[in-house]
Each structure stands twice: as C-alpha cells, then as structure tokens.
Design a protein around this ligand. Structure first.
Ligand code: NDP
Ligand code: 8X3
Length: 251
C-alpha cells in the first residue's frame, strides 16, 4: 500500500529535504507551510514522482489547522505518517533580556502548533489502529545552552510530548519517535537572527554542520523500518559537534 506523509514546515530546510527524500521512496505527500509559492514550486517538482497536496496554514492558528485537515481531498484523507517538523528559534538572548514576542513565537509554534496538528490527525490513526508520528526535537531538547533558555524549553517540551504520545498511543499500535538533530545548516539561524545573514552564516563557520538531507535520510530510515520496529528517540550531530557548546572548529 502506498503511504501518505503529512509534513509540517515543508517549505524549507529539514522539512523540504524530507519531502524530497520521501518522494524518492514513493511516499505520497501532504506538504504544509505558510509560504504558498514555495509549496507550489515543491509540488510541481515532486509531483513527477508521487501524488502531492499542499496546505497553507500557520500552525499557531488551531482553526486554520483543523479546517485544512478536515477539508483534505479524498485521495489524501488517510495520513499514515505525520512529521511534526515546523518550528524555529527566535532570538538568542539571556533570559533577563528576552523578548516576550520571541517567547510567544517559540512556545506557540514549536509546542502548541505541534499539539494542534497532532490533535487533528491522531483520531484517524486511532480509528485505523495504525500510524507513525515523528517529532523533530533537537539537542536543545536534551540539554540547555547559554541564551538558549526558551528555545531549549520548547524543545524539552517536544521531548516530553514525544514520550507522552508514545505512552498514550501505544495501545493503538501507533509508532511515535523523535529525531533530535544538533546544528543543521538551514534557514534556522536566519530566522533566529531575524534576517541577519552574516550572523546566521557565522554559526556554521569553521566546521561541517549537518545538512537538511542528512536528517531527512534518517527520517526516511525510521519510516521504512518494518511495522514492529519503532526508533523511539534518536539524537544526531555532525562529527565536529560533541554537545550544544562543544564544537571542534579546527579539524
Ligand atoms: P527552517 O527555518 O529552514 O524551516 C522551518 C520550517 O518551519 C519552514 O518550512 C517554515 O515554513 C515552518 N514554519 C515556521 N513557523 C511556522 C508557522 N508558524 N506555521 C507553519 N509553518 C511554520 O528550519 P529547519 O529546517 O532547521 O527547522 C525545522 C525543525 O528542525 C524545527 O522544528 C527546528 O527547531 C528543528 N531543528 C533545527 C535544527 C537546526 O540546527 N537547523 C537542529 C535541531 C532541530 P513557513 O515559513 O513557510 O511557514
Ligand atoms: C537547533 C540546534 O544548537 O541551535 O535546534 O539549538 S541549536
């Protein structure tokens, strides 16, 4: 049976690379994001290989999320794989200087958005007694680094939700697992530093970070395991990274 994957944050970085990689595995795709032109361009490209549907919504808006998922066309109603990927860091400031708007964005997108999307999709997986949810966490969900405070808190929440979902959905034969990447060169730092491209580039200078494709290949491995195998929690870093704060820039 051909599977369908629902990917949030498919317009860029890890989500986009995952869409491309899963299309190579013959998995049909529902691609989500706010930037419509990018969704359309990706659809045009990947439709050469698999069936693709796009949904434009902001994960912060629960009404938009519900409406988009309820109104999926018949061919895309059955979602076998949910990849909760949409997210970002906003700012990198000590807690005493942090911006409330940045905090709201991170908690609303990374935590509440993930919950809204999951809430809209889990019932159909329960009904079919089958499904696979992959949550994109972070090494920031495993440890806290200076000035990472609220981003790290949001990713620790994803770590807890990954465990909680796995426990609660176990009786319904639904696989739940997380990928927790270290530093991946995407638009992540451009968003974090509000469009400051030089500052964003500087984050990845002097070492070889993970690429979005590196993460996508791990996700493809997870979803292609036989039904009795669930990769529950996987942390990956580039070879030059040992922890959130220890990066070898001299290799
Ligand atoms: P990008 O900035 O390249 O991609 C982020 C994606 O999330 C975009 O497609 C964006 O789409 C989507 N998104 C952001 N906000 C919203 C929103 N409000 N509603 C809907 N979609 C949204 O970053 P990455 O690919 O690096 O990040 C993907 C995930 O990986 C995030 O959860 C991030 O925390 C995590 N991660 C990233 C790491 C890194 O170093 N890059 C390391 C570890 C984890 P659009 O703007 O079109 O809505
Ligand atoms: C993104 C990786 O180290 O910038 O989650 O937090 S990091």
């Amino acid at each position: 049976m051909t599977k369908t994957a629902f990917i949030t944050g498919a317009t860029s970085g890890i989500g986009k690379a995952t869409a491309e990689t899963l299309s190579d595995h013959g998995i049909n795709l529902i691609l989500c994001g706010r930037r419509k032109e990018r969704l359309e361009a990706l659809k045009k490209d990947l439709s050469k290989k698999v069936h693709v549907h796009t949904l434009q919504f902001d994960v912060r808006n629960n009404e938009e999320v519900k409406k988009a998922i309820i109104n999926l066309p018949d061919d895309f109603r059955q979602i076998n794989i949910l990849i909760n990927n949409a997210g970002n860091a906003h700012g990198l400031d000590p807690i005493q200087d942090g911006s409330i708007d940045d905090w709201d964005a991170m908690m609303d997108i990374n935590v509440k958005g993930l919950l809204y999307v999951s809430k809209a999709i889990i019932p159909q997986m329960i009904k079919r007694n089958s499904g696979h949810i992959i949550n994109i966490g972070s090494t920031a969900g495993k440890e806290v680094y200076p000035n990472g405070n609220v981003y790290c808190a949001s990713k620790h929440a994803v770590d807890a939700l990954n465990q909680g979902m796995r426990i609660d959905l176990n009786q319904y034969n639904i696989r739940v697992g997380a990928v927790n990447p270290g530093m991946v060169e995407t638009e992540f730092s451009e968003v974090r530093f509000k469009g400051d491209e030089d500052r964003a580039k500087n984050v990845y200078q002097g070492f070889t970070p993970l690429s979005a494709k590196d993460v996508a290949e791990v996700i493809a491995f997870m979803v292609s395991r036989p039904p009795h195998v669930n990769i529950a929690d996987l942390t990956m870093m580039c070879t030059d990274q040992a922890s959130s704060t220890i990066v070898n820039k001299s290799s």
